[in-house]
Write a protein that binds this ligand. Structure first.
Ligand SMILES: Cc1cc2nc3c(=O)[nH]c(=O)nc-3n(C[C@H](O)[C@H](O)[C@H](O)COP(=O)(O)O)c2cc1C
Length: 172
């Protein structure tokens, strides 16, 4: 089992979370790529993917994801297992909390990946988010808030890693 983790990060917060996920799951299992340098082509090498994305400027995509957006809808992720995590700020930007997670999810959904890693909304306070699952009780991926709830991040990352590892095991 090899996992490819692809992230975009403007001020390094998503990058740090990516590195923590890699460290927790194991460096031998997870390869990480900053899409600013590597682009998205290596996605083809993996059957299991983790995507990391932050939200900027009132519900906009992180810049590097935005620059590669034309490629995203055409990604060959059919039947690949995909988990998404997102960084945002629920206090400062609670009307757009981790919107980019929802935008990325919706953009690749037509390619029919197998999504894993939904995360409960309990413990977060926000007004609106495009990252809500249909049940409105989960985000479509892990939500990390280094601005308003940084003290909860490590525990959330670890719990989510355990959860997705279990989900991966159930699917393969
Ligand atoms: C100008 C500005 C706009 C932001 N807009 C949003 C937003 O619309 N929604 C959100 O959830 N977070 C927003 N944030 C918070 C960032 O997503 C958060 O700081 C994140 O940790 C940045 O991650 P990165 O450094 O990996 O890009 C914004 C932050 C700044 C400074």
């Amino acid at each position: 089992m090899k996992i490819g983790l692809f992230y975009g990060s403007s001020t390094c917060y998503t990058e740090i979370v990516a590195e923590k996920i890699q460290a927790f799951i194991g460096e031998e299992l997870v390869d990480i790529y900053n899409i600013k340098d590597s682009g998205l082509s290596k996605i083809n090498d993996y059957d299991i993917l983790i995507f990391g994305i932050s939200t900027w400027d009132y519900g906009e995509l992180q810049e590097d994801w935005g620059n590669l957006w034309d490629e995203v809808s055409g990604l060959s992720v059919n039947n690949k297992i995909v988990a998404i995590f997102g960084l945002g700020d629920q206090e400062g930007y609670g009307e757009w909390f981790i919107d980019a997670v929802g935008m990325l999810h919706d953009e690749i959904q037509p390619q029919a990946p197998i999504f894993i890693g939904q995360w409960p909304i309990e413990g977060y306070q926000f007004t609106e988010s495009k990252a809500l699952a249909e049940d409105k009780k989960h985000f479509l991926g892990l939500a990390i808030d280094e601005d308003s709830q940084y003290e909860m991040s490590d525990e959330r990352i670890e719990q989510w890693c355990l959860q997705i590892l279990q989900e991966i095991q159930d699917k393969i």
